[in-house]
Design a protein around this ligand. Structure first.
Ligand SMILES: Nc1ncnc2c1ncn2[C@@H]1O[C@H](COP(=O)(O)OP(=O)(O)OP(=O)(O)O)[C@@H](O)[C@H]1O
Ligand SMILES: [Mg+2]
Length: 439
């Protein structure tokens, strides 16, 4: 094909393209990528991704570097400083010696996919992103996920600690899916949710005639159902002491008896336990067995509360806004000033509370832009954000207006017409919108 034509195609693809060499040095990006990222080909070419990636740098992460490290294709999602969400698929191109000559990255702007109101957009998105993705940009969380993925492939018992709603159950699912047991069941038991008198037979099963009202054929318990897979014991602190002893036996000998049973059952399971209580304190009060605590606490993982990683709040707001926009077929977004205020909230209920709040706003607010006035959140001032001067407030309002205009009118010409400003000034302001970074 003619080289000129190839260039035309390169620049007119709907996907962004980012090409690097085998050392991670940028060879070129297409026009679509320039538009998505707000960075130009000129400023990126010749620069190494090792210099471009990092906190407050050009990119928060790089699929290319992962491809070079793993020598295999990689799919990753990134949030840009302009709060867009990009899905990147990186593919290595090997030479005859088996070294990587190039990495070709194809980039989808999920924000646009979502807002373009295309009939097929939902299907496309669903294939690209899984509901169970852990969304984060906090270094603390990334270290935790990294640790979890490293121990996932071992068979070690894991104890997840953290307040309600921080993502313990989500992480337990991730660990199971990343383990060699992934093809086998993940059985989740909430020790607080099952009445104490039923818990034993639920967990361990029972033999025929074990107790009045028991099924005459007997019944397998959850441990047997999880055979070969993972058992996730949520709220482990609520396990009664006599069952703690029985569970200890399962961990130590990998065997147990059904209730009323005499045949030894073998348990090939991986155990993950979770708690939002301080088990050490329960141990000191005699409410939790010390030996079981040590058996469970082989790999302790503590997930920090949301208020200890506030940098995640904007990212999560966008994530859940996308999720519920999709669910309710709406196209709403949170104004920057509302996001700024939400970042400062207490979030006692952590991510669950945040998710519920986002859903409520999407369902109840009228119009496509959710502002502090419309959201009516206790503790969020509807009128004036604190700590900002008039200049900052105006800048923020202007930013909200521009974002909304860009969403509605797409091109700088139409934005200019709608806002009654010159096209040059609209183009300049929209460009600044892309460049501005948020902490
Ligand atoms: N980092 C994250 N990215 C996306 N969704 C998240 C994240 N963390 C938590 N969630 C979502 O928030 C909700 C609460 O998380 P989860 O149920 O895992 O918390 P938990 O710690 O198990 O809470 P509890 O102690 O009440 O059982 C879930 O819907 C989960 O999918
Ligand atoms: Mg849970």
């Amino acid at each position: 094909m003619d080289k000129k034509l190839l260039e035309i195609i390169f620049d007119n693809l709907y996907n962004g393209i980012y090409v690097v060499d085998g050392k991670g040095v940028t060879i070129g990006v297409n026009k679509t990528f320039e538009e998505m990222s707000g960075f130009t080909n000129e400023e990126l070419v010749g620069r190494s991704l090792y210099d471009l990636v990092g906190k407050d740098n050009y990119f928060s992460g790089s699929a290319s570097l992962l491809v070079l490290e793993r020598k295999a294709p990689v799919t990753a999602t990134y949030s840009t400083s302009t709060k867009r969400k990009l899905l990147v698929k990186g593919r290595p191109i090997f030479n005859s010696k088996g070294d990587i000559d190039y990495v070709i990255n194809t980039i989808w702007d999920l924000t646009v996919v979502q807002y373009s109101r295309e009939i097929d957009a939902d299907t496309a998105r669903n294939q690209l992103l899984s509901e169970d993705d852990i969304i984060t940009c906090s270094n603390k969380m990334m270290e935790i996920i990294d640790l979890a993925l490293r121990v996932a492939i071992t068979d070690s018992t894991i104890l997840l600690n953290g307040e309600s709603g921080v993502g313990k159950s989500l992480l337990a699912r991730t660990i199971h899916r990343s383990s060699e047991r992934k093809a086998k069941p993940l059985v989740q038991i909430n020790c607080a949710a099952i009445p104490e008198n039923l818990l034993e037979s639920e967990l361990f099963g029972y033999e025929a005639g074990a107790f009045t009202g028991a099924d005459h054929k007997g019944k397998a318990g959850l441990l047997e159902m999880a055979e070969g897979g993972t058992v996730f014991l949520d709220e482990i602190s609520e396990l009664p002491l006599h069952l703690q002893a029985k569970l200890l036996g399962v961990i130590q000998d990998k065997t147990f008896f059904r209730v009323g049973g005499r045949t030894i059952q073998h348990a090939d399971i991986r155990l993950i336990a979770a708690t939002n209580k301080d088990l050490v304190e329960l141990v000191s009060h005699g409410l939790f067995r010390e030996d079981l605590y040590y058996r469970l606490n082989v790999v302790p993982i503590t997930i920090p509360a949301l208020r200890e990683r506030r940098e995640d709040i904007p990212t999560l707001i966008h994530h859940f806004a996308e999720k519920y926009n999709r669910k309710y077929n709406s196209y709403k977004r949170f104004s920057q000033s509302l996001i700024n205020q939400l970042v400062g909230m207490a979030w006692k209920g952590n991510i669950r509370e945040l998710e519920n709040l986002v859903e409520r706003c999407i369902v109840t607010c009228v119009g496509d832009l959710i502002t502090p006035d419309k959201a009516r959140i206790p503790g969020i001032s509807p009128a004036l954000p604190s700590g900002l001067g008039l200049k900052d407030m105006l800048a923020e309002r202007e930013r909200d207006i521009l974002l909304q205009a860009r969403e509605q009118y797409q091109t700088s010409r139409r934005v200019a017409a709608a806002l009654g400003i010159s096209q040059a000034s609209a183009a300049r302001k929209l460009k600044q919108l892309n460049k501005r970074k948020h902490s």
